[in-house]
Write a protein that binds this ligand. Structure first.
Ligand code: ADP
Ligand code: MG
Length: 311
């Protein structure tokens, strides 16, 4: 039995469908990655999973029980790190954790132990008496994580926890997630950072425009596009003509151009290379470098959507 099962889940805001009929199973012990660009519907899905917003239709089953307004018991087994940092700026680090601990029903010695344990876990023990006002974005995020994990939840959900924070906090968070997982928690991790998802997650679902467009391990996803290669050309002054002409070559799946980097997905990399270089030189585009790359999650996304996943 999966730990979490999502069936035919839909969330509609007037005419806009934020989540468009999702089906998903998450097994105990996984680090499950939900990957998608901004606006894909990741947070809406997570917020329904945590009971923060109601689905328009469909159901969510956690630990064999359907979640509903009446059944809120499952919330004790959840720890959510929301996309918007949710901590009290005027309370000290330890008072913040204490607040969330009491909400989770902890008290006395156990509560005290867990405050110390969670602060230590996120590397903020020496800041226990400080107020978050004095913290960097990364430190606030780490405090937020401490609040979410202090009650030892079975399921930990993190919604884009590494956006806009310093590299040191980012590494700390990624390490912490691996450790929490090795201690037995099932993790759901949403992000639009492909490298993070690829490095961290045992299974991945890719979301776009409210729909799940692919699901599997990194290897399974890559195999879906295994014959697609990426030609990456570092090129100056690409003009509209070049891009349109390359797009029009038969056998080219997708073309993306940004910041001097032209990326072309095709199954026929070897044989089309000449044609592509010819178009660039004909249009007086200056080629600086060229690479032929095996598929990664980026290729999967580009192949499936025709767009690049970026900030
Ligand atoms: N409360 C809301 N009211 C109206 N539209 C919303 C609301 N919340 C989200 N949306 C829309 O639903 C879509 C998915 O949003 P979201 O789940 O936040 O995406 P993600 O987390 O993947 O960036 C977006 O188009 C967003 O504008
Ligand atoms: Mg979001």
């Amino acid at each position: 039995m999966p730990l979490i099962e999502i069936k035919d889940l839909i969330k509609r805001y007037d005419r806009n469908i934020a989540v468009d009929n999702i089906n998903l199973k998450i097994q105990e012990g996984e680090i499950f990655g939900l990957l998608g660009p901004n606006g894909a519907g990741k947070s809406t899905t997570i917020n329904m999973l945590c009971g923060l917003i109601n689905p328009t239709s469909g159901e969510i089953i956690i630990d064999g029980l359907k979640i509903s307004k009446k059944n809120t018991e499952y919330k004790r087994n959840l720890g959510l790190v929301p996309q918007q940092i949710a901590i009290y700026e005027s309370l000290s680090a330890e008072e913040n954790i204490q607040f969330f601990g009491k909400l989770a029903g902890l008290k006395g010695t156990l509560l005290k132990e867990r405050i110390t344990e969670s602060l230590e876990f996120v590397g903020l023990l020496d800041k226990r008496k400080s107020v978050p006002k004095s913290f960097s974005g990364g430190m606030k995020r780490r405090l937020n994580i401490a609040c979410a994990i202090m009650h030892h939840p079975k399921i930990i959900i993190m919604d884009e926890p590494t956006v806009g924070i310093d590299p040191q906090s980012r590494n700390h968070i990624l390490q912490a997630i691996k450790k929490l997982n090795s201690l037995g928690s099932t993790i759901i991790y949403t992000s639009h950072y492909m490298e993070e998802i690829q490095a961290l997650c045992s299974r991945i679902a890719i979301m776009d425009h409210g729909k799940l467009i692919a699901e599997g391990t990194t290897t399974e996803l890559k195999n879906q596009v295994s014959s697609d290669k990426k030609i990456k050309i570092n090129v100056r002054d690409v003009n509209y003509n070049s891009i349109e002409e390359i797009k029009a070559i038969s056998g080219v799946t997708a073309v993306d151009y940004s910041g001097n980097s032209l990326e072309i997905i095709t199954k026929l990399a070897q044989s089309l290379l000449q044609d592509i270089l010819f178009i660039l030189s004909k249009n007086q585009n200056t080629i600086i470098g060229l690479e032929l790359l095996e598929p990664n999650l980026e290729t999967v996304f580009l192949t499936l959507t025709g767009r690049k996943l970026r900030d």
